[in-house]
Design a protein around this ligand. Sequence first.
Ligand SMILES: NC(=O)c1ccc[n+]([C@@H]2O[C@H](COP(=O)([O-])OP(=O)(O)OC[C@H]3O[C@@H](n4cnc5c(N)ncnc54)[C@H](OP(=O)(O)O)[C@@H]3O)[C@@H](O)[C@H]2O)c1
Length: 301
Amino acid sequence: MRAVVFSRYGDESVLELTDRPAPVPADGEVLVDVRAAGVNPVDWKHREGAVRGDRPFPLGMGWDVAGVVRETVPGGPAVGEAVYGMLPLPYGGAYQELCVLPASAVAPKPARLSYAEAAAVPLAALTAWQALEAAGAAAGLRVLVHAGAGGVGHFAVQFAQNLGAHVTATASARNLDFLRGLGVHEPVDRATADLAAAEPFDVVLDTVGGPVQHAAWSLLRPGGALITLPEPVDEAHRLPGVTARRVVVTPDGGALRRIGALVDSGAVHVEVQSVLPLGEAARAHRTSREGGVRGKLVLAL
Ligand SMILES: NC(=O)c1ccc[n+]([C@@H]2O[C@H](COP(=O)([O-])OP(=O)(O)OC[C@H]3O[C@@H](n4cnc5c(N)ncnc54)[C@H](OP(=O)(O)O)[C@@H]3O)[C@@H](O)[C@H]2O)c1
């Protein structure tokens, strides 16, 4: 099968489109004919060696898939069923024609979505879902989502809005109308915003890290919750009275079913900036690393 793999950590040039033996499903795993694979920042972080396991090279790439079930397990999806899902971290294996993942990590592909759109969903949407859950986001609460136009951000703002929260989101000026279209109550230009002057938030989702995480503490009301995604909580900036924790996404087929229902009902829009062929994985990584993607990048097989 065609697969994108890498045999040392490094820049995009280490990615190789090559021929590899098909993976063999272990207990509890399904084998999926991959039609599309989503691209996430963790993909190039893995390629650069910032996310590592201890398996030997060559290593597979990517965590998001949409495709058709070829082999299954009792109680799993039917052979021939269209599914989408997320592989468990830290080993990728989505940028390839066949992939294995736990049956519990897949859900039926939302009928409204193409395979490419479906592959854009799992990791980013599960992250947003699990982050809002960890924060206790609920109706009436004030939620701030940083980088609201990004992969995680555009799902987070829609899930929060769906819960009935009051949603503020940051983005660059070119993305403010996009945020309005997603139902964000207060889209804020990250270059000029003075968030410190805003009414305090109950929840802040930090999708950026560094100074954005440091500034987040003082934007929260006492008892509020800060959820960080790119980095652990920097204890040096902790303020009393605020709960803070990092969420690391985990596969969850049950949550993907609920997310799929929201998508199929029209309540959640999936934004795909571009779909590239598998052979252009390096270009996709470069674009993702530059940091300006609206929604998601996807590789089509
Ligand atoms: N812990 C976990 O389990 C987990 C899971 C998923 C993602 N993450 C991490 O969370 C981060 C976001 O992931 P993602 O998939 O949403 O990334 P992404 O899709 O690449 O985010 C792109 C967005 O970030 C915004 N942006 C770029 N630089 C920025 C800056 N300096 N300040 C504010 N916004 C900026 C851009 O919007 P504008 O141009 O409009 O500002 C762009 O739309 C990544 O570091 C990723 O590795 C962690």
